[in-house]
Ligand binder design. Structure first.
Ligand SMILES: Nc1ncnc2c1ncn2[C@@H]1O[C@H](COP(=O)(O)OP(=O)(O)OP(=O)(O)O)[C@@H](O)[C@H]1O
Length: 249
């Protein structure tokens, strides 16, 4: 299990101050949501954790050690996998091909390197079984899957890269009620599997149902962190709308 800290992060885009001294502390094995109104800086913070952007100032700590991710690959190697809203799945390809995309397993036959499809299918089924054991045909094309099932494929790819931290960017946006419930189950399965989960979401109900703690950002700064009994959909909406920084009981 892995814990993640971002300390005093600053990030400007030209004249825009997207992050102004933001900190985030994610304990190992917890589901930690990042919320806030449009433009609060959520995506920028997540891009920094994912190695897509680099901070102007501040530091990232993975299990207490300072790290800098110059690329998404560097973040992935450190065990942080980000699942963006577009999921980056190839709809015309099979589930197992998506899970092993860019990291295909091969075997040697008479000196030739051939794809080891049987092993990829078997291992894919193993990853999928940790998340959603109703998806069993690893040959199925992704375009035949529901939005929630596609999310499962994208998460399996993160598991295949041995990610200990899974960052989910708006995983329930654009999903119906039943699919949203499937995704909530996926996230709970990740936690059961010992993964640390960072969740960016505008869906207050989903956040309240899932998160152990929530960090709320406002115009590039930390507003408040909620946990326990304070973490309700009503409270989240209240703080995001009001901008209040003190707890109201
Ligand atoms: N590439 C960019 N170039 C210029 N400004 C940017 C860029 N990306 C983000 N910003 C600005 O930085 C600020 C923070 O944006 P960010 O996308 O991180 O917020 P957010 O909380 O994720 O918002 P949303 O919920 O709308 O996605 C905003 O003012 C935004 O306009």
């Amino acid at each position: 299990m892995t814990k993640i800290s971002a300390r005093n992060i600053y990030k400007n885009y030209g004249a825009v101050e997207a992050l102004r001294g933001v900190s985030l502390d994610v304990a190992e094995g917890e589901i930690h949501a990042v919320c806030g109104d449009n433009g609060a800086g959520k995506s920028t913070l997540i891009k920094i954790l994912a190695g897509v952007e680099q901070p102007d100032q501040g530091e990232l700590l993975v299990d207490g050690a300072a790290r800098r991710f110059d690329s998404p690959t560097a973040a992935l190697k450190a065990g942080l996998a980000t699942i963006h809203q577009d999921l980056a799945v190839a709809p015309d390809m099979a589930i197992y091909q998506n899970i092993f995309m860019g990291a295909e397993l091969t075997r040697s036959v008479l000196g030739l390197r051939l794809l080891d499809k049987a092993r990829m299918r078997r291992e894919s089924l193993g990853y999928m079984g940790q998340l959603n054991d109703s998806i069993t045909d690893m040959n199925a094309k992704v375009n035949a899957l529901s939005g929630g099932q596609r999310q499962a494929v994208a998460i399996c790819r993160a598991l295949r890269w041995n990610a200990n931290v899974v960052i989910l960017d708006e995983p329930t946006a654009a999903l119906g009620v039943r699919e949203t419930e499937q995704v909530l189950q996926l996230v709970r399965s990740l936690k059961r599997a010992g993964k640390t989960v960072i969740l960016i979401s505008h869906a207050m109900k989903d956040v309240a149902a899932l998160a152990d703690r929530v960090t709320i950002l406002r115009t590039g700064e930390n507003q408040i962190t909620l946990d326990g009994g304070d973490l309700t959909a009503d409270n989240l909406a209240h703080y995001i709308l009001s901008g209040e920084v003190n707890r109201v009981h």
